[in-house]
Design a protein around this ligand. Structure first.
Ligand SMILES: *[C@@H]1O[C@H](CO)[C@@H](O)[C@H](O)[C@H]1NC(C)=O
Ligand SMILES: *[C@@H]1O[C@H](CO)[C@@H](O)[C@H](O)[C@H]1NC(C)=O
Ligand SMILES: *[C@@H]1O[C@H](CO)[C@@H](O)[C@H](O)[C@H]1NC(C)=O
Ligand SMILES: *[C@@H]1O[C@H](CO)[C@@H](O)[C@H](O)[C@H]1NC(C)=O
Ligand SMILES: *[C@@H]1O[C@H](CO)[C@@H](O)[C@H](O)[C@H]1NC(C)=O
Ligand SMILES: *[C@@H]1O[C@H](CO)[C@@H](O)[C@H](O)[C@H]1NC(C)=O
Length: 435
């Protein structure tokens, strides 16, 4: 009897093992864990993000500003690293009633530069970049390195003068290494595009095409709508540089392109708005009435978690937990070329100097997401809840990619800009589940 009992237990546990020891969820792949462990890890990450949200404003106060050098999440150690310049302030910090409950989750690391110094260096380096007319570079503050990173995209531009000028700041200079570009490429699986399908679901991560400048392929971020129901219009976001300022307006009409396909016959609509300088995003007005608005991000290469549901895209730093603001939090993207990939947030408020002169983009979320050129415009998001592994918060659209780097225009920037400056868009929101 006991033997049978034991065998049954063994069989059950083997079965459980075969079900759970799988890596289907994008976060299981990113963190190198099993699907079954994702909720617990996501919960742990959310906890660290929450502590970070409490801690950050305190570290920004005048009396601590020059004593600490920023924070970042270390999900593998399950702690929040607090870069520390003046170790004598640690005790003072831990004694604060808001902070003391979390003392076990904080890890103090000694560094040389405070946030104050980093911000000042960043400002001075970007001023130099402006004055030297730097092109093909991304500049941001990296908390883990406790330094400014200048990332040069692969170009034939001679940066010697700029590099000499920034030498006093001793930044971390990284050159795009095209050798490393082939990492983690997911083999695309061909999707059967049934031409008789009348209903076409246009999801975040799908392709948009326009013929401007000989044809440009980009990706879709998310759908937008008006909060007031007086206007029924829907819009789709993509990257600003996917739109060409050419003379022939018709060339800027956008068509839909599914994954693993060259087809671009299904019309979407024409440009509604395109940022010109400072930011890089475009809003397409959806004119084809056969297209149903969607709050879904595509992940068709996977066997599970193929359709991710956008539950939050609201913007308000002060009240919204869905805002991404922690360094080394996970982040993912879906785009028409390299499909769904996940990585980490490397920095905020980055500045991108394009290859063309005077093309400078601000307020970028810098990530190490893998992508290629046509992924520009694609959805950038994070998983929202341990209780629902399909639920995501959207954060922005891809602006530019290079080996090991991907810059993202944040949704805050896009919605703030549209609401402030363009009258009829005052009530523009992301189309999310239930809205
Ligand atoms: C955290 O605080 C608790 C209660 O005040 C204390 O018992 C514990 O030793 C502290 N842990 C660390 C790592 O400081
Ligand atoms: C940082 O420096 C302080 C004082 O100099 C020291 O007590 C502490 O152990 C150091 N921390 C680490 C992680 O090295
Ligand atoms: C940046 O430039 C300002 C003004 O020129 C100067 O006061 C400041 O010390 C510089 N910052 C750093 C980190 O060198
Ligand atoms: C790059 O420019 C510097 C001066 O700004 C010059 O001395 C150097 O020879 C140039 N390098 C190349 C490879 O052209
Ligand atoms: C964000 O929320 C705070 C607190 O409710 C409010 O005071 C502020 O006006 C809101 N900001 C925006 C941009 O809606
Ligand atoms: C979206 O974020 C807001 C603010 O944090 C929160 O109140 C709301 O519940 C979230 N919505 C969903 C569907 O999670």
């Amino acid at each position: 009897m006991r033997v049978i009992y034991f065998l049954i237990i063994l069989l059950i546990s083997l079965q459980t093992y075969s079900i759970y020891a799988q890596q289907n969820h994008p976060l299981a792949k990113l963190w190198g864990i099993n699907d079954a462990e994702v909720p617990e890890w996501l919960d742990a990450e959310n906890h660290l993000k929450k502590i970070d949200r409490i801690l950050r404003p305190i570290l920004a106060e005048d009396n601590l500003f020059s004593s600490f050098g920023g924070t970042f999440i270390d999900i593998f150690q399950n702690w929040l690293v607090v870069n520390t310049v003046d170790y004598s302030k640690v005790e003072e910090l831990l004694a604060l009633p808001e902070i003391s409950p979390y003392n076990e989750s904080l890890h103090f690391e000694n560094v040389t530069d405070s946030i104050e110094q980093l911000k000042s260096s960043f400002r001075n380096i970007t001023l130099l970049a402006d004055s030297k007319g730097v092109r093909g570079a991304l500049i941001y503050i990296n908390m883990e390195l406790n330094n400014i990173v200048i990332y040069f995209f692969e170009t034939n531009i001679n940066h010697t003068e700029f590099i000499n000028a920034v030498e006093p700041f001793n930044p971390e200079i990284i050159y795009a290494n095209t050798q490393s570009a082939s990492q983690n490429i997911i083999r695309p699986r061909r999707r059967d595009v049934n031409s008789r399908d009348l209903v076409v679901n246009v999801f975040g991560g799908d392709g948009v095409y326009n013929e401007a400048g000989g044809g440009v392929m980009c990706s879709i971020g998310c759908w937008l709508k008006h909060q007031q129901h007086l206007r029924n219009d829907f819009y789709i976001t993509t990257a600003g540089h996917c739109y060409d300022n050419g003379e022939i307006p018709d060339e800027n009409y956008f068509y839909y392109t599914p994954w693993n396909s060259d087809s671009h016959v299904l019309p979407i609509g024409s440009i509604e708005f395109q940022s010109n300088g400072f930011y890089d995003f475009a809003i397409i007005r959806v004119e084809n009435e056969d297209l149903n608005p969607q709050f879904v991000i595509r992940n068709d290469d996977a066997d599970q978690y193929r359709e991710l549901i956008i539950i939050n895209g609201t913007i308000n730093d002060t009240i919204n937990d869905a805002i991404i603001s922690s360094h080394y939090a996970h982040i993912c993207k879906s785009g028409v070329i390299t499909h769904l990939t996940c990585g980490y947030v490397l920095g905020f408020d980055g500045v991108f100097y394009g290859i063309e002169k005077n093309y400078i983009v601000f307020e970028l979320i810098v990530t190490d997401l893998y992508g290629l050129l046509g992924d520009a415009g694609g959805s950038v998001f994070s998983f929202a809840s341990p209780d629902n592994l399909l639920a995501v918060d959207v954060h922005g659209t891809v602006v530019t990619v290079g080996p090991g780097i991907c810059a993202v225009q944040s949704l805050d920037t896009i919605l703030d800009f549209m609401r402030d400056r363009i009258g009829i868009f005052q009530d523009l929101i992301v189309y999310v589940e239930g809205s």
